[in-house]
Design a protein around this ligand. Structure first.
Ligand SMILES: Nc1ncnc2c1ncn2[C@@H]1O[C@H](COP(=O)(O)OP(=O)(O)OP(=O)(O)O)[C@@H](O)[C@H]1O
Ligand SMILES: [Mg+2]
Length: 277
């Protein structure tokens, strides 16, 4: 295991910058295989096998308590599986900690926990850009890098329409703007997988469209594999290429939106009634 990490670190270094950046930009294939976690006797996620096609947006739906957030936690590493596997581009990442999964490109928006509240909006984004920057320190490169990072930070803030809020503390933003900043931080880290768990929850009605437009724009680039947990069916219909339905921890249906939303099992599961009795 240690040897493998060492070997891959060496080969990463040996790759040309161009090849490495082409690879970073390639949409990643994420998959789970029989993924399960038990809390006491209760299987919150129960044998979920699913592939997330590169460059597509998959909506994960299901009633409250279906296991959607737990499934996300198993993919991003906040929880360890009781059994089953998580794969990213052919690498088994099931037992890696969240930080190692993030380095491999799994980007997850957490509700506000990614933010440094006392730092400015700009500093929050700059830190995220620096966190993904190449290791090593060169005084000669420093000035160039600082300018480049600033430009990148403003470009990212522009995408989420926060460039006019750059110098105020993250804590002083409205709730909706904090969610946008969170997406900006995620964008700055350039993940290959984007995971959004009810991204519009708690947002005011007038703030929701901006965030949905942003997710749609990320999807339109077709450079990312996006997982979206969302309760609002109109949002799911608008954004999803595919829908995966969880119910009582199990995957009970998957497919394109038009066929999935009309399945009786989905209508029942989504309304919270017993779909499997
Ligand atoms: N850390 C934990 N310890 C014990 N049980 C847990 C834990 N986390 C989740 N659960 C249980 O696992 C089940 C799935 O919860 P989860 O939060 O994943 O559902 P969800 O589909 O995200 O629901 P919601 O739509 O309400 O967000 C629930 O029964 C929940 O009580
Ligand atoms: Mg949840």
């Amino acid at each position: 295991m240690g040897d493998r990490i060492f070997a891959s670190a060496k080969s990463e270094k040996a790759r040309s910058g161009l090849a490495a950046s082409a690879e970073r930009n390639a949409p990643a294939l994420l998959a789970t295989d029989g993924l399960s976690i038990r809390f006491g006797g209760h299987a919150a996620v129960d044998g979920v096998s699913c592939r997330f096609p590169p460059g597509t947006l998959t909506a994960i739906v299901g009633p409250n308590g279906a296991g959607k957030t737990t499934y996300f936690n198993l993919i991003s590493g906040q929880l360890r599986a009781s059994s089953g596997e998580v794969w990213l581009n052919g690498e088994r990442i099931t037992h890696l900690p969240p930080s190692a999964r993030a380095r491999r490109g799994i980007g997850r928006a957490f509700q506000l926990t990614n933010l440094f509240p006392n730092l400015s909006v700009l500093e929050n984004v700059r830190l995220a850009i620096q966190a993904r920057s190449k290791p090593g320190f060169s005084l000669l490169r420093l000035a160039d890098d600082a300018t480049e990072i600033l430009e990148q930070a403003f470009a990212v803030l522009g995408r989420v329409h926060l460039e006019n809020r750059a110098n105020i503390a993250a804590a002083a933003l409205s709730h909706g703007d904090q969610r946008k900043l969170e997406v900006a931080i995620l964008l700055a880290m350039q993940p290959r997988i984007f995971m959004f768990d009810e991204p519009t929850a708690g947002m005011s009605v007038d703030e929701v469209p901006v965030l949905l437009d942003l997710i749609e724009a990320i999807k339109a680039e077709r450079q990312h594999t996006i997982l979206l947990v969302e309760h609002k069916m109109d949002v799911v219909r608008r954004l999803a290429d595919r829908i995966v339905v969880l119910h009582q921890g199990r995957l009970v249906a998957e497919g394109d939106p038009a066929s999935v939303v009309n399945l009786p099992i989905v209508r029942e599961a989504y309304l919270g009634r017993s779909a499997l009795s």
